[in-house]
Design a protein around this ligand. Structure first.
Ligand SMILES: [Mg+2]
Length: 280
């Protein structure tokens, strides 16, 4: 088979909105694969474990085993074996900590999870914490913020799965992990290390998974120029912006500014993109 261009495909706002498929997206993935393209789903969704994201794709008719890369996995690459991690995040981050051989010593939302008052992990604990890992979690609150920022003040590295300020749902935008991260960074006075799109750890992970050093013939398909468009630049590939998620026709002008050095194109949706690729 000739080496068809790899397609890096965002999930939220491109394939689905909160697991509800966007019209035409399932068939679009099929036609790209039938034409010999490797499709790798690259998502900043840090909350779900990888298998759950794969299974959710299978549920809508897309076989995805081994084809999903998440921002939690990218954060896992930044963790060292044996490091002690305080987590403000979800199951996907827990999985990444485990896979990295790091140690989950506590969660900033423990007091919300089990009804205990959470004294075991707080800023004044004598537990040594090497890394504070922050991702999306709906249980985030002031007490959790205090624990996370105190640990960073006490010397822990601040690592974030991603810095998306918002997250698209069928009912509009909700605050994303980046909004939580902004609070932790402000409270601790430390610049975070960010793993997900558009940052380099995710680009390195994609290269590892695809076993390719040169992705210049690849496409990144995404709905957000400030994330997916910039990520295309980090990877060194082309950017296809679709208008089914966070961006609408009003935001198209953003592409020119965020992808000034890149090769970027706008499509109504994933189906339109696939038609162009398969037809060419
Ligand atoms: Mg998206």
């Amino acid at each position: 088979m000739p080496s068809a261009a790899p397609i890096l495909c965002d999930l939220d706002g491109v394939v689905w909105l909160m697991h509800q498929p966007i019209a035409g997206s399932v068939d679009a993935i099929k036609s790209l694969r039938n034409a010999g393209h490797r499709v790798l789903f690259v998502t900043n969704n840090s909350f779900s474990v990888v298998a759950d994201q794969e299974n959710a794709l299978v549920k809508i008719g897309i076989d995805a085993h081994g084809d999903v890369v998440t921002s939690s996995q990218a954060a896992g690459v930044l963790l060292r074996k044996g490091e002690r991690v305080l987590l403000g995040g979800g199951p996907g981050a827990v999985e990444a900590i485990k896979n990295a051989g790091a140690i989950l010593v506590g969660r900033s939302d423990e007091h919300n999870l089990d009804g205990s008052d959470g004294h075991a992990i707080n800023g004044d604990t004598d537990q040594e914490i090497d890394v504070v890992l922050v991702g999306y979690h709906a249980t985030f609150d002031y007490r959790g913020l205090t624990k996370l920022s105190n640990a960073v003040r006490n010397g822990a590295r601040l690592i974030a799965t991603n810095d998306d300020a918002t997250y698209p749902t069928p009912h509009g935008l909700i605050p994303g992990g980046g909004s939580i991260l902004a609070a932790v960074a402000a409270a601790s006075g430390v610049e975070p290390i960010i793993a997900g799109k558009p940052h380099k750890p995710m680009a390195d992970l994609v290269g590892q998974v695809l076993r390719l050093d040169d992705l210049s013939n690849a496409w990144m398909v995404g709905d957000r120029p400030s994330t997916d468009g910039l990520f295309a630049q980090t990877v060194g590939c082309k950017f296809a912006q679709v208008l089914t998620g966070i961006s609408s026709a009003n935001d198209v002008s953003d592409v020119a500014s965020t992808s000034a050095n890149g090769d970027s194109h706008v499509f109504a949706d994933l189906a339109t993109f696939a038609k162009m690729i398969v037809g060419s």
